[in-house]
Structure formats: C-alpha cells, structure tokens
Write a protein that binds this ligand. Structure first.
Ligand SMILES: [Fe+2]
Ligand SMILES: [Fe+2]
Length: 273
C-alpha cells in the first residue's frame, strides 16, 4: 500500500559535509510529530465510525505518516550520531500536553478541511526543505515525503467534497475552520516536539522559547513559490479559485505575515540567548 519504503532511500549516500546544522533540530522535531500519526488515526476512526472506505484510507494514511517519522528520525541520527530517536520520542509521547477536544471541528467536512490544511503545510514544508538542503539523503527523504503529503491532501480533499454535498457547510464556516487550523501550527505539538528532540531533560519546557526556535528557523527555508502553491491548495480546500487575483493577493499577504513572524521569533531567540 505504501508508495515507498525506508529501504528505497539511498542511506549510503549520506554526506556529513552537506548537513546544514540549523536544519537538524527541525528534522528531529518533525520526526516525532510525524511518528505520532497513529494517535490521530485512532481519533479519525472514531469520528468516521460508519464510513469503512474512509477508515481504510485513514489507517493507510497513518502508516505513511509513521514512516515519515522513521525516515526523518533515521536521517537525524546520521546527522547527529549522539541523538537517540527512540528516547526522544518516548519523552515526547509520555508528556505531550494534548488538549482533548482541540481537534473537534464540529462536522466531518470541517475535520477534513482541517486535515487538508495540515497536508498543505507539510507538503509545502518538505518541498521547501528538499530544495534548501544540499545533503542528498535528506533531499531524497523530503521529496518522497512531500509527494506523500500531496497525495494525502488529495485524499482528504476528495472525501471532504463527498461530505460537503451532504453537510452543506457554508463558505464562512469553511474559511473559519481553515484559518483556525493554520494558526494552530503554533500550538504545543511542534513546540513540545522541538523541546523533547533538542533540549536537555533537565531544562523546563517553555512554549514561547520552543515555538520561536522552531518556527524562526522553519520559516527561513520557505521561498515565495512555496507560499504561492500553498495558497492555491488552501483556497481550493474552502471552495475558492486556487489561481487568480485572490490567490496572488493571499500569497503576498501570507508572505509578509510570515516574514514578520520570523523577525518576531528571531527576537525571542536573541533574548533567550
Ligand atoms: Fe507526514
Ligand atoms: Fe501527510
């Protein structure tokens, strides 16, 4: 069912000289969030309890997400041989401050729109990382993952259209859910993964410090074309034209906001240092 396997990656081509040290902490954090995908499939299974087609698809989706975590974790251990993925992941799993109803979107259409936003984010993020790194193994891994994420987007989008015909969720509601999920990317999931993957056990978790360290670096790898493409996917998800004036204006605005966030995060980093 999977489109690729860990063995398909040319691990022996790993080139330590090409590793960008500022990317390693991001890969470690992403590895943990991805690996945790199974938890979300359990939740989706409950939400879509009477839809066996979707449940089969979402179970398969989770297997792919876990593989993303395994591939990124393996690369991070090549880049930093002292890093222990299993230990970091255990630390993450044990204390992840999960808000029980944070993922309730009010309807199945809403849940699927939120999933489309996540896949839009991951598909553009791994594309950006693949294009930014000169390290051949990370490049291959990120390209393989980005292709999966785009397929995931299409999967959730197709099911969303099916539910939309039934639930008739209005445009404003769809926009509200999409915007809500996008702003959640600064929530605890990533920040806490950054903490467990990169900071000493003795250091206390602090959301602001961790999200700034993660997002400040992550944003720096995006190029304008990645934001343009993501904007098209976001608009398509809510039922607006993915190309044209609205999309171009949305991309410009998002780019400006991201650069502002980046400056803010870098400011927090300087204060912490
Ligand atoms: Fe993924
Ligand atoms: Fe995905």
């Amino acid at each position: 069912m999977k489109h690729w396997r860990l063995e398909d990656v040319a691990w022996d081509r790993f080139d330590p000289a090409q590793v960008d040290p500022s990317m390693v902490p991001l890969v470690k954090a992403a590895a943990m969030v991805e690996r945790n995908g199974v938890d979300y499939a359990v939740y989706l299974g409950r939400v879509f309890v009477d839809d066996p087609d979707f449940r089969r698809a979402s179970d398969n989706w989770a297997v792919e997400e876990v593989q993303h975590g395994d591939a990124l974790g393996r690369w991070a251990m090549l880049a930093d041989p002292g890093w222990d993925f299993e230990a970091a992941f255990q630390r993450y799993r044990d204390k992840l401050p999960l808000d029980a109803d944070a993922s309730v979107r009010g309807s199945r259409t809403g849940e699927l729109i939120a999933r489309c936003m996540v896949e839009t984010g991951t598909s553009s993020y791994y594309t950006a990382l693949a294009e930014a790194t000169g390290e051949p193994v990370l490049q291959q891994v990120c390209k393989l993952i980005a292709a999966d994420e785009y397929r995931h987007f299409k999967l959730f989008y197709d099911h969303m259209r099916r539910y939309l015909a039934r639930e008739r969720l209005g445009m404003l509601n769809r926009l509200r859910i999409a915007a809500g999920r996008i702003t959640e990317s600064e929530d605890d999931e990533l920040a806490y993964a950054y903490h467990c993957g990169n900071e000493p056990v003795a250091m206390a978790y602090e959301h602001e410090r961790c999200i700034s360290a993660y997002m400040g670096r992550a944003i720096s790898f995006y190029r304008y074309r990645h934001i343009e493409r993501a904007m098209g996917m976001i608009l398509k998800s809510v039922g607006l034209p993915p190309r044209g004036r609205l999309s171009a204006a949305g991309a410009r605005l998002t780019w400006a906001l991201l650069q502002r966030r980046r400056r803010k995060f870098e400011g927090v980093g300087l204060k912490a240092a």
